[in-house]
Write a protein that binds this ligand. Structure first.
Ligand SMILES: [Zn+2]
Length: 474
């Protein structure tokens, strides 16, 4: 299965789709201005905005005043000031990186489709099935004998694009920290996991196809949901440690404020983890992964080095939002609905196509593993078409976590700073249509606006003494 193959070679992507949807941020690049030095530039710009806003306010006369003192606080103008604080060349670079990603969605799909068509029309798929039938009489083993070479072949044919997309391009934009050898070692590790997990899934699905040739799309969905759930459940324990080291955060200055927020929301964690993501990337990120008892909140080392405590609190409160709002189970449910619709359409399309081309391709029916590339073709096409809808489902969930995060952390400026760091690789200010189609997280503009709206609405509470005295004088 191409989808599962793609998901399994990059477990973090799968996990982020299903459960964590990590708030992923990063500094410009290893060579560029680090986050710490970016902050003064931001506050400088905010001060200039304050000065500008102060000009309209007769009561404003302190040039060192914070944004909180600006009355009235205009969230739209404040949002624009944050956005304008990003240097133009940096914004152009991140736009280029993100917009290039739009095309990669297309090329990934075109390549996957081309591989499927090639395997079918060349009858390579039929010959691989014949080979597996000569090897053994046992049906499940036949499917495994088909699946392993199939997965290897798909990986091999996709490798050039994979190499460009995940190695050269990441280095080109200063996002990667690995040289080729360790990167390739992790690729092989991912491939090994794909072979184990992918083969197991294909064997189980074909057992379902043989027993339920008419209703396989229903039982197949059940298999996919169980498989996805199991993958998310075991990922923090068995998969993630293969790529990175997780250790509890011991610095009380970081740990205690995070655990305090966790306690305030009755999240049963005793420790927060740090992951050495700098092994692979310069991106700053945090995530919640796992399901039920394996749920774990982890901050990456880039984030710990480059973000201030208010920013860390903003990020962690967002991740806690995923936990408290039960996003793991919800996303798994939404994913299940997508899979059910996809399998129902696949059942119809598969039968129609096999009547027409089955003989030419040497595919006998749904329970024949030779039809696997065709099933992959249908599902990858549907997945491609569903991109805006899947992104929207995930983005709405992320927005919920943002809302939870800002209310829990009460760090609007921290949230805005984090959104800017994230904007280094995610287009900060897209058009609404672009955001709908391509964004699996709210854009930087949307996030900063939420933070500034919150700030505007909460100024009296946050500044209770000041507002008391002001209401007395007004
Ligand atoms: Zn998130």
């Amino acid at each position: 299965m191409l989808i599962v193959g793609a998901l399994m070679t990059r477990p973090s992507i799968f996990i982020s789709l299903v459960v964590s949807s990590a708030i992923t941020l990063m500094p410009a690049s290893a060579q560029e201005t680090p986050a710490q030095t970016a902050s003064p530039a931001i506050s400088e710009n905010v001060s200039s905005f304050e000065r500008a806003a102060g000009g309209n306010d007769p009561g404003y006369n302190s040039p060192t005043a914070t944004a909180d003192d600006v009355k009235p606080f205009d969230p739209a103008a404040a949002t624009q000031v944050w956005l304008d604080s990003v240097p133009r060349n940096q914004r152009e670079k991140s736009n280029a990186y993100f917009e290039g990603g739009y095309w990669l969605i297309l090329w990934d799909f075109v390549l996957a489709a081309a591989i499927s068509v090639l395997l079918l029309t060349s009858r390579f798929s039929a010959r691989l099935r014949d080979f597996s039938e000569r090897v053994t009489k046992i049906r499940n083993v036949q499917v495994a004998c088909y699946a392993i070479p199939y997965l290897l072949l798909v990986y091999g044919l996709s490798f050039p694009l994979n190499l460009y997309e995940n190695f050269f391009r990441e280095h080109q934009y200063g996002l990667a920290t690995q040289s080729f050898a360790p990167w390739f070692r992790e690729q092989l590790l991912g491939l090994a996991l794909t072979l184990v997990g992918g083969t197991l899934l294909v064997v189980v699905l074909y057992a379902v196809f043989r027993r339920a040739p008419r209703t396989w799309w229903i039982w197949g969905t059940v298999v996919m949901i169980i498989f996805s759930g199991a993958l998310v459940l075991i990922a923090p324990v068995y998969i993630e440690p293969l790529f990175n080291t997780y250790k509890p955060i011991t610095d009380p200055k970081i740990r205690d404020p995070i655990l305090a927020m966790a306690r305030a929301n009755e999240i049963p964690v005793k420790q927060v983890f740090e992951v050495d993501a700098s092994r692979q990337t310069t991106r700053v990120s945090a995530n919640v992964s796992g399901l039920l008892g394996t749920t774990r909140v982890a901050l990456n080392d880039n984030l710990l080095e480059q973000c201030s405590l208010p920013e860390i609190r903003a990020v962690m409160a967002h991740e806690m939002g995923h936990y408290v709002l039960n996003h793991g189970a919800k996303l798994l449910t939404y994913l299940g609905i997508f899979i059910l619709i996809g399998f129902a359409l696949a059942r119809i399309l598969f039968d129609v196509a096999i009547k027409r081309w089955g003989e030419k391709w040497g595919v006998r029916g749904i329970s024949d593993p030779a039809g696997l590339p065709f099933l992959a073709l249908i599902l990858s096409t549907l997945l491609f078409i569903a991109t805006p809808f899947l992104n929207t489902v995930v983005r709405i969930t992320e927005r919920e976590a943002d809302a939870f995060g800002i209310n829990t952390s009460r760090e609007p400026d921290g949230m805005a700073k984090v959104a800017l760091k994230l904007g280094v690789y995610r287009k900060l200010d897209p058009t609404p249509l672009e955001e709908f189609i391509f964004f699996d997280h709210p854009s930087g503009r949307a996030r900063i606006r939420m933070a500034m709206d919150w700030k505007a609405a909460n100024l009296p509470t946050g500044e209770s003494h000041a507002s008391d005295s002001q209401s007395a004088t007004h």
